[in-house]
Write a new protein. Structure first.
Length: 130
């Protein structure tokens, strides 16, 4: 876990808790997330390995897109809903992540993210210049 990223995002989920209890709740939740990551397998890998997995996957998505606007042609399909959400998350500039830097190396992924924003979230896309 990158503490700065945790502080920018997930820590905010605990603002509802009384200040004296917040550190205890956060510690419990961090432990549970670590256990879940261990259980599903990703938490058993080094950060560099996880970044390599992400780079491989992002490259495969960019290759699948090719010159098409969507994964399987001119219109989005169900797979695009899932894959687009993952790509959009990977390109989130709010957090300092290796996966974000890797995703940003692929113009096809940036364009894919922008198309999805314009289609599914036009009110948000306008504010981002998409």
């Amino acid at each position: 876990m990158v503490q700065a990223n945790f502080d920018k995002g997930p820590r905010q989920f605990f603002n509802f808790a009384p200040a004296p209890l917040r550190p205890i709740i956060i510690a419990i939740m961090k432990r549970k997330v670590r256990q879940q990551l261990q259980g599903q397998g990703l938490g058993r890998h080094a950060r560099a390995d996880i970044a390599a997995f992400a780079a491989r996957d992002l490259g495969a998505i960019a290759e699948q897109l090719g010159d098409k606007p969507w994964l399987f042609g001119d219109q989005p399909k169900g797979a695009d809903a899932t894959v687009w959400a993952m790509v959009a998350s990977a390109l989130c500039a709010h957090f300092d992540m290796e996966v974000q830097r890797e995703a940003a190396r692929h113009p096809r992924l940036i364009a894919y993210r922008d198309r999805g924003m314009a289609l599914w979230f036009p009110e948000l896309a306008k504010g981002q210049g998409v």
